[in-house]
Structure formats: structure tokens, C-alpha cells
Design a protein. Structure first.
Length: 328
């Protein structure tokens, strides 16, 4: 068989999602034709889908060595670096991809997502805006930019972007989730619940469903519907039993219901899953204080202080220790 034949069969396997067989035939093609740059590139993509990022990067390196002006190789290598948490190299590769192909909206999307991950919201918004200008009918861009606006505290701008995403793709569950979170933070609880209800009805992925149930539980907790909040937290934990944040939130609801021992059990689990969970130590300390276990309350408050709380939480911990007659 020729290199081209192996390459074509590899593409067929890749299209079926059989990445191992695809890699085997890309390798055979390369063995017969060592300068077959596109075979290196496609094999790298197959490795990427297998989450074998170092092997993917090696193939992208070889692709670039053979074809330095091939923008997709820089874009794909940037994605692999991003998955490895090497954000500076990812951005450098996205820069090069954009320099070679400035009309590729995906390059701006990926770079914007990396900027978002490192907390550079201004650059992330700029990149998502470039992407929207190039591809104004892509709902993902508005959903991503809306998420950045939300995290940056610009709730009205976030809602506007989620509205646009939903207008373009009415069954986009994560856009309803994002808009619901923004409504929640604006204390517009009825609209928040309506959006979370709609998101659940759209049958989202398991992890998105966890986020939706958790966030809807937060709304119900905020309006004093504690039993409904507990139902949502329970559903979230059925879907993801190792989610420390949901245990913490359910613990808070039990606390507000005065069920302190159940709250302590949930805070325990949150801390087991996330030993650095500063707020959980404080909350558990308060629950121990309320059941009369001053010694355990003091121990938890001290653990909270040791874990480096923010100034506001530190002040709360110190105030509680003084109430217990203990010097911070």
C-alpha cells in the first residue's frame, strides 16, 4: 500500500472515532513518506483526542518544521499546551496562528479562553469580540463572552450576550445556566429559577446538570425555600458525589434550618474532598459552636485562620474566637 492509501484509511478510522487504528495507519503513511506533513498533523490531532498531549505536541512540532506556514498546526499545538496548563506557550502559538490566518475566529476563541483561564478578562473579551465580528452567528462566542462578563461582575452585559446565544441556539442549556446565574446575582430570583428550569428541561450534560441543580438550589436557599434547595443539592450529589461545593452549600441550608449535626456532616465531607476549603472550616466551627462543642469550634476556627482566609472572613473568625473567650 502507498503512503496516501494508509493516510486515507487513517482518515476513515479517525472519522469513526477509532483513534488507535487511525494513529497506526498515519504512522505507516509517515514511515513510507517521512515528509508527509499532513499525516503528522492528523496523527497529532488523534493523539489530542486521546489526551496524549505530549505526543500530539511532538507531531505538531514536526508538522511546523516541515510546513512553517501551516496555521492549523500552531492552533492545535496551542490547544494542547492549554490542556497541559502551559498557558504562555498556548498564547504564543495562538498569536502565531492569528498572524498566519487573521480571519480564523477559532484562533481568537481559543486565545480568549486561555486569557480567561489566567484571569485576564479584558483580553479575553477583546478576543471574543474579534471572533464575534468574524463569525456573528456562532452562539458559542456569545456564551463564552457572557461568562467572562459575568465573572467580571458585568451582569447586564452578560445577560445581553446570553440572550444573543439563546436567540441563535434556543436549546443551548449552558446559556440558560449562565443567564440564570446573572439573574441570581441581580436578585431577580424568579427569572433565575425560570432559566434553570429551562436548562434542566433541555437535558444538559451530567456536569452541566450538576451546576444547574446546584445553582437552582442556591436560589431556593436564598428565598428561604430550604426543602426545595435540599432536593436540588441532593440531585446534584447523585450526579456528582465528589463535589465539595455542593456538600458545602447543602450544609449551609441545613445550618439555616437549624439542623446543625446534618450541617456538620456535610461540612465534614466538603473538607474531606477539599482539605483547603477555608469557608467550610469556618462554617463547621459555627455549627459546632451552636451545638455547644466549643473545643471543636475553636479548632475549626484556628484551621480556618491557618488556611489563609480573606480579610473579611478572617475578621469573622477572630470575632467568633473572642466570643468563645479565646484570643485570635
Amino acid at each position: 500500500m502507498t503512503a496516501e492509501t494508509y493516510y486515507n484509511t487513517a482518515n476513515t478510522y479517525y472519522g469513526k472515532g477509532d483513534y488507535d487504528l487511525a494513529i497506526t495507519d498515519y504512522s505507516r503513511a509517515i514511515a513510507l513518506k517521512p515528509d508527509f506533513f499532513i499525516a503528522y498533523y492528523n496523527r497529532g490531532v488523534a493523539y489530542f483526542h486521546k489526551r496524549e498531549y505530549n505526543l500530539a505536541i511532538a507531531d505538531y512540532d514536526r508538522t511546523i518544521a516541515l510546513r512553517p506556514g501551516f496555521a492549523p498546526a500552531y492552533l492545535s499545538r496551542g490547544r494542547a499546551y492549554h490542556q497541559k496548563g502551559d498557558y504562555s506557550r498556548a498564547i504564543s502559538d495562538y498569536d502565531q496562528a492569528i498572524a498566519l490566518s487573521s480571519d480564523d475566529s477559532n484562533a481568537y476563541i481559543y486565545r480568549g479562553n486561555t486569557y480567561y483561564n489566567i484571569g485576564d478578562y479584558a483580553r479575553a473579551i477583546t478576543d471574543f469580540s474579534h471572533a464575534a465580528a468574524l463569525n456573528p452567528n456562532d452562539p458559542l462566542i456569545y456564551q463564552l463572552r457572557g461568562t467572562v462578563y459575568y465573572d467580571d461582575g458585568h451582569y447586564d452585559r452578560a445577560i445581553a450576550d446570553f440572550n444573543q446565544a439563546i436567540a441563535l441556539r434556543p436549546n443551548m442549556a449552558v446559556a440558560y445556566l449562565g443567564r440564570g446565574r446573572a439573574y441570581y446575582d441581580k436578585s431577580d430570583y424568579d427569572r433565575a429559577i425560570a432559566d434553570f428550569n429551562r436548562a434542566i428541561a433541555l437535558k444538559p450534560s451530567r456536569l452541566d446538570a450538576v451546576r444547574i441543580f446546584n445553582n437552582r438550589g442556591n436560589v431556593y436557599d436564598s428565598i428561604g425555600q430550604y426543602d426545595q434547595a435540599l432536593l436540588d443539592y441532593n440531585q446534584a450529589l447523585l450526579l456528582q458525589p465528589d463535589n465539595a461545593a455542593v456538600y458545602f452549600n447543602r450544609g449551609d441550608t441545613y445550618y439555616r434550618k437549624g439542623e446543625f449535626y446534618l450541617a456538620i456532616a456535610d461540612y465534614d465531607q466538603a473538607i474531606v474532598l477539599q482539605p483547603s476549603f477555608t469557608a467550610a472550616y469556618f462554617a463547621r466551627g459555627c455549627a459546632h459552636r451552636n451545638v455547644g462543642d466549643a473545643a471543636q469550634a475553636v479548632a475549626d476556627f484556628r484551621k480556618c485562620l491557618d488556611s489563609g482566609p480573606d480579610p473579611a472572613l478572617r475578621q469573622k473568625v477572630e470575632d467568633n474566637l473572642r466570643v468563645l473567650g479565646v484570643s485570635p
